[in-house]
Design a binder for this molecule. Sequence first.
Ligand code: SAM
Length: 684
Amino acid sequence: MPRSADDPARPLSPLTALTPAELTWQVDDIGEAPHSSRFGDVYFSRHDGRAETEHVFIAGNDLPRRFADWQQSRPFVIGETGFGTGLNLLCAWACFETHAPTGARLHLISTERFPLARDDLARALSAWPDLAPKARRLLEQWPEPVSGVHRLWLGERVVLDLHLGDSAECLAQLDGRVDAWFLDGFAPSKNPEMWRPELFTAMALASRPAASVATFTCAGVVKRGLTAAGFAWRKAPGFGRKREMLVATLQAPAMDDDRRRLTPWFLPPPPQHARHVAVIGAGLAGGCVAQALARRGIRVTLLDREAPGAGASGNRQGALYVKLAAETNRQSRVYLAGLLHSRRWLAEIDPQRRLWQDCGVLQLATNERETRRQQRFLANHALPATVVEGLTARQASERAGLSDGLALAHGGLDYSQAGWVRPAALCQALAATPGVTFKRAAVDALRREASGWRLQLADGEALVADQVVIATATQANRFDQSAALPLQPIRGQLSSVTLPPGSPALERVVCAGGYVAPACDGILSFGASFVPNEDDAALREDEHAANLAELRRTLPGFVAALERAGARLTPGELGGRAAVRAASPDKTPYAGPVPDAPRWQSDYASLARDARRVPQTPGAHHPGLWISAAHGSRGLASAPLCAELIASRICDEPLPVARELADHLHPGRRLIADLVRGNVPPEA
Ligand code: SAM
């Protein structure tokens, strides 16, 4: 039986580097244009490439009129196959700016299997001086060539999701729906692999009703593919010497959407318009959600019983890093996507890098087991060296700025996109985002009413909001509605010491058993302890001692040099901070709608008898109730991406991750796992 794209047992597409585009440059009297050596075709004509784009894709989809008429609160969504140089989408963005009403938003999605190198992209786009400011935004955020979705914020009202990988595969994993398609990609005769039936099927399934399509080609394979997928096409006058092109409209999908047959519980709840959202918890998870919603023009009340960042997100300094599994799994994919997302997001909200540094993170292999694990990881993942690279002890020492007597005894993995963040300051900055009102209050209970949600506050007052996001870490399952989501407290203590003048400087975050970051404001932070099932946040001297011992083991030369410089490295004299983090049983965060657990337990009860007989009932959720929690000690890498996922769902936008990863993050996954294992609460 062929496996559905939603089958959790389906083998994963590899997490890998993409093959870069191979270009030559065609030069003529007016300039140069990129030419693909692989496909033997040009990306655009230097003479009339702009006019062709305007004719085929912009006018072919009737965009000036549709933009001018756009009144919906959700963004208008364009989907493209073959991003290439981005010319089509930059022109669509310019057209949107000219025609769309203020307040309208545009969401661009494009697939690309052979992304251009940044320098080539800059060179190609320099052909169009009037698009220069737009090209600059694109180039600033141009992602690493890693398979998966990369979200770029092109403007206040314009987002671009680059889906790096094969068009048909990416679109089959697209969680979102498109209003207008730009069917580009080199000519079917030169690129038959892309124009296969699965591409048209995936497009139809990811289309809004009556979605439009425009394409430069009239090839039979395209006409047949469109028809079979449920699009009605007609010929239209082509551009320049091409007599004809195709435009199409989705009539009705010709096939059933069976992609949810195996996992109907993950079907998203129907979108509801939200003007005011209450976010409970002003740590990193809640702050990121508040910022993501406010950026979309939604009024946010951010509530916390303490000040922003008072909980586990309140450290002065924290490492932005991930530990990826040796064999590709969904959790690793979420975390790598999260790391790359966090870095781009931080560069957007804090380009001066006051709140963070992308100095890189070294993950040392200090024992045989970890060395073998890292070797397996490298053998299984052909990722770009700019994302993760295996280093010898000597190379690692150089990157960390540790020479001579301070040199490292072990090599390891180097993540040059990673670094450190000031989480406490970041939480304060997020709470101060325009459109976010911070309210200091404890929320005791939530009640759904006709007008939305009523939040019962501990001081006896109440607050009403259209929708609610729970982001209260270990407290996140204290509400009746979220009580079925298991969470484990994990105590973590960070130690710190003020460095005397003359102390050696570390140039990278170094981690092994714990981590140590380059000094921030003259203070060196290291740790953290990891004590499951403890929710006490008092400082403990024995944990300082353990952090110190780990630091000495990892960086003996560095610690000796600090002591020679006069650093007071004894447990009794260290500063620090302890806090309690929350983790889920599978250590993946919860990000998404809150399931109505009793309903799931009855709707899917038959799974306990036969897990292969899946009841075709969509998952019941508490309408307008969301959760971002269980970020453990990796919230810097996961919270911004999870926030973007939740805000995208609330606003009926395409998601910033592949559907299988959104499913992996779904808060209801454990309920299903428990039902299948027969591990069900007695009252169910
Ligand atoms: N839309 C582009 C622009 O505005 O510059 C031009 C697109 S170019 C003619 C075709 C693009 O499709 C190339 O960048 C190529 O790498 C990409 N491509 C080819 N086969 C693909 C596939 N199977 N999946 C995704 N992208 C593909």
